[in-house]
Design a protein around this ligand. Structure first.
Ligand code: URA
Length: 296
């Protein structure tokens, strides 16, 4: 890892202290604030373990439909054995500082142990358009970049059909680590609600820094990660949802299109993306408007 400037290193240390690592001290919120404000020496940190009573749970102020959500992926066969740590929004001073903190995240010890690397996000940090997926798969875990596998190829085609390059938009996932799988497994599991709650503060901060005009949430799990429990994706897609003031268009995950790539489903996704282009006040050509319509 490259040497960080002091303020970024402080963010990383603060994050590790807040989350707590087995055998190491956990700092209370007051101590963390003092550390941030006064650069207090480490000796002043409290040795208190566990959740600080002063730390509120992440709030779900976003509006969407409530009920349980199916995923294109199977339900989690692997259960988190070690508690994950959910906390408040980290409050980092830059996207790079946030990336560094994510790279050493210890909130989900089982994911920390199994990941090759964290997968933070890729693209234009000032993008108007942001895509949010569920979690890295095996290929993303190796590459450290979201959506580089088969689903990523399709997502990139969708982005290009909208008139953007992959570099012009921003792509991230709800989870920054690949959900752990038995050794050698190439398939993926659905992230658990606790894993998503632990990681949501990072995504929330990413969104705050990037400040996209529109977010596209790909699939039920991405929606659940952002909003808590949502309705079936078939019911909530094609509609606008509100994530702390940012409009979110829910649509099917590219993996679902790869599995059940009927013309009708492709058209549904495309119509969702046309709504996004309209929301961004971008011109839509006749050719674009006609994509995936049955030929008469
Ligand atoms: N599926 C996702 O939701 N995210 C990825 O990064 C890859 C596949």
């Amino acid at each position: 890892m490259t040497a960080l400037p002091f303020s970024q290193a402080l963010d990383v240390v603060t994050q590790a202290l807040r989350a707590g690592v087995s055998g190491h001290p956990v700092a209370g919120i007051e101590s963390l604030e003092r550390l941030r404000k006064s650069r207090a020496p480490a000796a002043e940190l409290t040795g208190r373990r566990g959740a600080d009573p002063g730390i509120p749970h992440p709030r779900r102020t976003e509006s969407t439909v409530l009920s349980s959500a199916p995923s294109s992926l199977p339900k989690a066969p692997v259960v988190a054995r070690v508690p994950v740590v959910a906390d408040v929004a980290p409050g980092f001073h830059s996207l790079d500082a946030l990336r560094e903190a994510v790279s050493v995240c210890v909130k989900c010890p089982h994911l920390m142990a199994s990941r090759t690397t964290t997968v933070f996000g890729i693209g234009n940090p000032r993008a108007d358009l942001m895509f949010v997926g569920e979690a890295p798969g095996a290929e993303e875990d190796r590459a450290g970049e979201p959506f580089v596998g088969e689903s990523g190829v399709l997502l990139t085609k969708m982005i290009v059909a909208m008139g953007f390059s992959r570099q012009e938009v921003y792509i991230a996932n709800v989870l920054k680590c690949r959900p752990d799988m038995p050794s050698g497994a190439s398939d993926n599991r659905r992230p658990t609600a606790r894993e998503m709650a632990a990681c949501l503060p990072y995504l929330r901060e990413q969104i705050r820094f990037i400040a996209p005009k529109v977010i596209v949430a790909t699939g039920a799990v991405a929606m659940e990660g952002l909003f808590g429990e949502t309705g079936p994706i078939g019911k909530i897609r094609g509609r606008w949802h509100d994530f702390s003031g940012t409009p979110v268009m829910a649509t099917y995950h590219p993996a679902y299109l790869l599995q059940s790539g009927t013309l009708s489903n492709k058209r549904k996704v495309w119509e969702d993306l046309l709504q996004v282009l309209e929301r961004l006040n971008l011109p839509v050509s006749e050719k674009q408007r006609g994509f995936f319509l049955p030929k008469s």
